[in-house]
Ligand binder design. Structure first.
Ligand code: F6P
Length: 316
């Protein structure tokens, strides 16, 4: 069998471990494996390279994705997908492993309808995919954020300030939630746990009166302007506040061991599935075990609210 692998959407540390595992497991089964450059864009432009054992050596320690990635909104267009499908078929490639987020899964589901055997692997720092406890990249991004919060706490303490930290996550609050718990945040504001400004201001007034040295507030991106919030808190409570937007550094860096292992397990499992002629599904990890679910059971489903939220009232 001939298989192709691509990474799509926002890059995530550990994607390289997943590609490496796809290649090595494919060779183990005697499959031929191609890497598609720059995600669905490369598929459309027929840019693919044959990969062997050595082509994926030395990748485990590297952040990003060595195949490159892209966002391609045009892939929603049926005619565009047909060209991609034709490119695969002309090379005799029957199966495609897509490493990315839910947008990438949608592309895979659509290619499946055109006769390509597709498997999805969840690669995104956001941890926002239904059907998996963790996505590849989440733990590395979390480590980067916790390191940043620890540093911000030092300077906040010196200056007696409140530090508001904006993190990525798109529609998912997991990065803010986990990082806030690790960093001892006073408040964690996420799409699942919206802001209560009155409560924050009251608490900061209290901090001011009791001469507390620092406070940390972690916020998921896209909810409001954190610089304006900092100004408002400063003016209303008297406790000086500053905002920091962490931005794209959260997506880079050496993958932590959890992401190297997760990428390796998921990449290998995806090929195991193809070897058993199972496709049209995505891989996940649940209670430390590899699982797979049909794309349709994962896309457009709501993720249950994280079990960690009740902890916040007790320990924040
Ligand atoms: O999906 C991963 C992610 O990093 C989100 O957290 C963020 O909202 C988005 O990608 C940013 O996307 P782009 O790289 O297209 O600016």
């Amino acid at each position: 069998m001939k298989i192709a692998v691509l990474t799509s959407g926002g890059d995530a540390p550990g994607m390289n471990a997943a590609i490496r595992a796809v290649v090595r497991a494919s060779l183990h089964y005697g499959f031929e494996v191609y890497g598609v450059l720059d995600g669905y864009k490369g598929l459309l432009e027929d840019r693919m390279i044959l990969l062997n054992h050595d082509a994926v050596s030395g990748l485990l320690t590297k952040g990003g994705t060595f195949l490159g990635t892209a966002r391609l909104p045009e892939f929603k267009d049926e005619a565009v997908r047909e060209v991609a499908c034709k490119n695969l078929k002309e090379r005799g490639i029957e199966a495609l492993i897509v490493i990315g987020g839910d947008g990438s899964y949608r592309g895979a589901l659509a290619l499946g309808k055109l006769g390509i055997k597709c498997i999805g692997i969840p690669g995104t720092i956001d941890n926002d995919i239904v059907g998996t406890d963790f996505t590849i990249g989440f733990n590395t991004a979390l480590t980067t954020i916790v390191d940043a919060i620890d540093k911000l706490r030092d300077t906040s303490t010196s200056h007696q300030r409140c530090s508001i930290v904006e993190v990525m996550g798109r529609r998912s609050g997991d990065l803010a939630l986990y990082a806030g718990i690790c960093g001892g945040a006073e408040f964690i504001i996420t799409p699942e746990n919206p802001i209560n400004k009155k409560k924050i201001i009251e608490r900061m007034k209290e901090f001011k009166e009791t001469n507390r040295r620092h406070a940390i507030i972690v916020v998921t991106e896209n909810q409001f302007n954190v610089h304006e919030l900092a100004k408002e808190i400063t003016e209303a409570s008297g406790f000086a506040s500053r905002a920091t937007v962490l931005g794209y550094i959260q997506r880079g860096g050496q993958p932590v061991p959890e992401d190297r292992i997760l990428g390796s397990r998921m990449g290998s499992y995806a090929v195991d599935l193809l070897s058993q002629n199972i496709y049209g599904c995505c891989v996940g990890i649940r209670d430390s075990r590899m699982i797979h679910l049909p794309f349709v059971n994962v896309l457009d489903q709501e993720r249950p609210k994280n079990d960690l939220y009740p902890l916040l009232d007790k320990i924040s």
